[in-house]
Every structure is written in C-alpha cells, then in structure tokens.
Design a protein around this ligand. Sequence first.
Ligand SMILES: Cc1cc2nc3c(=O)[nH]c(=O)nc-3n(C[C@H](O)[C@H](O)[C@H](O)COP(=O)(O)O)c2cc1C
Length: 343
Amino acid sequence: MLRVGAPHAAFAAMSTAFDSAAFRKALGSFATGVTIITCRGADGKPLGLTVNSFNSVSLNPPLVLWSLAHNSLSLAAFRAARYFAVHVLAADQEELSVRFARRGADKFAGLALETGIGELPLLTGCSARFQCRSAYQYEGGDHIIFLGEVLSFDRSDAPPLVFHGGRYAHATRRDPPGVRPRRSWLAGSFGEDFLGYLLGRSHFRFFAQIREFLRAEQLGDEEFYVLSTLTLKPLTSEEELKIGLAGVLDGEATRTLARLTERGYVRVAPVTAEDPGIFYELTDAGRACALRLISAAKAVEENVLEQLGAGEAPALKSLLNRLLAVIDPASGALWGNERERRP
Ligand SMILES: Cc1cc2nc3c(=O)[nH]c(=O)nc-3n(C[C@H](O)[C@H](O)[C@H](O)COP(=O)(O)O)c2cc1C
C-alpha cells in the first residue's frame, strides 16, 4: 500500500537563506543521466515527463526513486498510479527529452509505444527501462519522492544521454588508468598530446581508405574535394567554392574545376536575373559519381566508428564541429540557406 511520510518539522522551519539560482547551478555540477517517467492516467491516457532526479536505492529488494514537483500537471496521476515506468534515455533521444519537459503538451503524439505491466506506456529505443510498482511516496519539500519496486527491466547497449550544468552532454569513456599520450624524442616537439598530430594523422589514415574508391573512379584527391564541396548545395557560387576549398586547394581549384567540367561532372549554372553571378552545379553524371563516393566514404566511416564504440562517435563529431567553428568560422556559409535556382 502507499505510504506518505509527513514533512519533518525541522525542514519546515528552515529558510532558504541562499540564492536559489546559485543553488540550482551547484546542483547542476552533479552530472546525471536523463529519464522519462510514464504512467497510465485514470482515464487511460498515457502521461510522462522528463526527470533527472532518478536514482537507484537498493539491489535486494530492487528499489529506485525519483522526485516530482508539486506543480507538475502529472502529479495527481502519478500519486494515484499503481505502476510507473522509468526510461533511461539514449544519447540520440535528446529531442524526446525536450518534448517530455514541456508542460502538459501532448507528449505522446506520433510515438510508437509498447504496453507494459498494468498497461504502462513504454517508449522504445532507450538505454534501459524499469517497470515499477509505485511502492512509497514521501514529502520532499516542493517535490514528492516516489520509491518504486522494480518488477521488470530491460537494457540495450545504446549509450546514455547525459545532463550536466543545465545542458545535455555526451558520456565518453576515459582512457584506462596509466594510458598517457606518448611523447616524441625531441623534447617539447610533436607528440600524441599535440592536436595537430592527432588531427593530421587521423585525416591521412582515414582518407587513405577512401582513396582506393577514388582510384576506381579515376579521380584524384583534388577532384574529390571539389566534387564533395559541390554536394553541399544545389548551386554553389564562386565565392562559396573559394571558402570551401580555402586551405585545401587554394591554387589548384580553377584547374580542378576545369578538369571536372571537361569530364562532364560539373557545369556553370545558367544565369538568372535574381542571381547574376557565376554558380556551379553537378551534372547528373557528377551527382551519380558523388553519390557512389559518398556511400563508399560512409562505409569507411561506419567501420571506423564501429571499432571506436557507438557512444564515442557523437562526442567526437560534436567536438570536431566546435573546433571547426573556432578555426574555420567562414565554412558555416557553405551550409544551409539553400538556393534553389533551376533553369
Ligand atoms: C533534464 C531535465 C530534468 C528534469 N528533472 C525533473 C525532475 O526530476 N522532477 C520534476 O518534477 N521535473 C523535472 N524536470 C522538469 C519537467 O520535465 C517539466 O517540468 C515538465 O514540463 C513537467 O511536465 P508536466 O507538468 O506535464 O507533468 C526536468 C526537466 C529536464 C529538462
């Protein structure tokens, strides 16, 4: 049966003498996973919200807890529910977390649901799920603490979503203890702790695996750079192409473009009144070749990332994107704001 503990007299007397924003910030130092907790309302409707106050309590008996704000629109339903389900979100479920953190919205619209114990609405694609009997409820200041007895659980290898300092974050494995970046013989010179070495060598080794596909298409590195830059938008201006190839092909761009044009892969788009400048576009043959290369390159990527571990790829990509925003801010112009200009 449900038990509700009375608030302790000492807590009622305590005043919040400190700044609540600073308190929140300090609590945010504690990195957590992110969960969505669901139950079935008395009217049969599924309810749920994003929660990071989830925690394990006991292994035997298997108990977990989480706390729900008094002002939550789901409060009455959770207080009355016999069961609740905890979904530990996977790294790729940030959007779901944002959706379930919106007050009262129709959070389940369009979602594929499974049905659990006592008709519990279960979300899919999570790192872990715990179906619980709602065993105890305790007053906890402006929250109610729910203690659940775990009746059933399942898990996957999907890496978890992390919340830290008020933002979503990545969980990345650290190197095993004792593993240190190797240093070069010449003191203070390039070593495994030098970003240039890590980026450069990674690029060369990665690209070496793509080069065999280029050879089969009788294309060189330069042609690949131009071709792939032209896949970013339907039409690429001269200026955008220059930005895309800056530091990669500066001197060679014009000659490479001419070779690809001769080969029938690229052409200058017809001029229109709105956009009088010079724009390049891929021909059908150029697009087909680019697609073959993209799929080969994606296969190389998949293979490399599989060895790295599923959870590490999003973290690595996010950091590299941030690095590019710092060292190559102009490249942002190559993306988005797509110009449709068809003859
Ligand atoms: C990462 C994250 C963690 C949260 N943790 C909790 C929590 O532990 N308890 C809680 O009551 N609300 C928590 N919230 C806020 C609720 O998800 C939010 O208030 C939601 O709109 C409540 O929905 P409802 O009013 O429809 O029940 C969290 C929000 C986020 C983004």
